[in-house]
Ligand binder design. Structure first.
Ligand SMILES: NC(=O)c1ccc[n+]([C@@H]2O[C@H](COP(=O)([O-])OP(=O)(O)OC[C@H]3O[C@@H](n4cnc5c(N)ncnc54)[C@H](O)[C@@H]3O)[C@@H](O)[C@H]2O)c1
Ligand SMILES: O=C(O)C[C@H](O)C(=O)O
Length: 311
């Protein structure tokens, strides 16, 4: 198994750190445009191998895609993060160019790789990557956001109820933005519906905080988050490499599911060796479906910007 991570910044390096600790692969390549820092971060990570007892050989390269040849999984984290006052959508133009260039280079050397997009604005960058593959199976190109957003939602619920976060199970849908749709009807504390344990007011407050969870961290740190995003992307890589067929919310290409067509958006999927093995269609009620469609409209409006700016 060979894994490559494009972009060795905060999220890329954290994701690499998590992946090597899971001992999933023989080789992990970190690629970035920053000469020296990239090789240095990889060397530093490799030197943790005997301490942490992993055998994945880690090395860094400066913009040399040949080094990524025959990767099984590639994670793209390259691109600008937002600063306070910015929306993720403000990053579209610059990040689309970076993501599409990275995708073309990856496909050249690893045509069968499963591609996990992390760069923002997430759903539209995943679409941009898919476009740049020029005909790859869309089940092999998908985006990480739902695991992160659901993890934030679960952390807030665990804190409110003073229970272990491991007991909280939840699914969340929609775009990776302020219109995302946490689903209380599909949220349980070890099978106990969350609605039996938390008042509607408390849950609504948690849902609002979740929707703006990325922005809360940008405000605190002056740049966006990396520990939870890196861990979430590593969890997706693990499901692919181990073919574990876990059910996760993932930004997937929709072709009629939920009445939506030709866009990437967060939906529950089964993730395994071939990438997205299946998109799960939940039996949403009218109110939930309306929120999901509203979120899709928001993703589509950003997609329109991509279509106009990036040919
Ligand atoms: N999907 C999510 O849930 C999620 C979560 C966190 C961050 N993000 C996004 O991930 C991206 C990275 O965030 P970060 O905090 O790691 O930023 P960062 O600035 O720390 O790292 C980005 C890295 O990309 C590199 N880069 C830029 N252009 C490149 C190119 N052409 N080829 C290779 N590398 C290139 C930069 O040199 C830098 O090291 C941002 O767009 C951010 O918004 C998404
Ligand atoms: O909020 C951001 O800009 C980064 C990321 O999408 C996040 O949710 O942490």
């Amino acid at each position: 198994m060979k894994i490559s991570i494009i972009g060795a910044g905060n999220v890329g390096a954290t994701c690499a750190n998590d992946i090597i600790n899971l001992n999933l692969a023989d080789e992990l390549v970190l690629l970035d445009v920053k000469e020296g820092v990239t090789e240095g971060k990889a060397l530093d990570l490799w030197q943790t191998s005997s301490i942490r007892q992993f055998e994945t050989y880690v090395y860094g390269v400066t913009d040399d895609y040949e080094a990524t040849k025959d990767s099984d999984v590639v994670v793209i984290t390259a691109g600008l993060p937002r600063k306070p006052g910015m929306s993720r959508d403000d990053l579209i133009e610059i990040n689309a160019g970076i993501v599409q260039h990275a995708t073309r280079e990856i496909i050249k050397y690893s045509p069968d790789a499963k591609i996990v997009i992390v760069s923002n604005p997430l759903d539209v960058m995943t679409y941009a990557s898919f476009m740049a593959t020029n005909g790859k199976n869309p089940n092999e190109v998908f985006g990480m956001a739902g695991i992160l957003d659901a993890a934030r939602y679960k952390a807030f619920i665990a804190e409110e109820l003073n229970v272990s976060p491991i007991s909280v199970h939840a699914i969340l849908m929609g775009g990776h933005g302020d219109t995302m749709v946490p689903l209380p009807r599909y949220t349980t504390i070890s099978s106990v519906p969350v609605t039996e344990l938390l008042s509607k007011e408390k849950l609504d407050t948690i849902i609002e905080r979740t929707k703006y969870g990325g922005g809360e961290l940008v405000k605190l740190m002056g740049t966006s988050a990396w520990y939870a995003p890196g861990a979430a992307a590593a969890q997706m890589v693990s499901a692919i490499v181990k073919n574990s067929r876990r059910l996760f919310p993932v930004s997937a290409y929709l072709q009629g599911e939920y009445g939506l067509n030709d866009l990437y958006m967060g939906v529950p999927v089964i993730l395994g060796r071939n990438g997205i093995q299946q998109i799960i269609e939940l039996k949403l009620n009218d109110e939930e479906l309306e929120l999901v469609h509203k979120s899709a409209e928001s993703v589509k409006s950003v997609l329109e910007v991509l279509r106009q700016k990036v040919k």
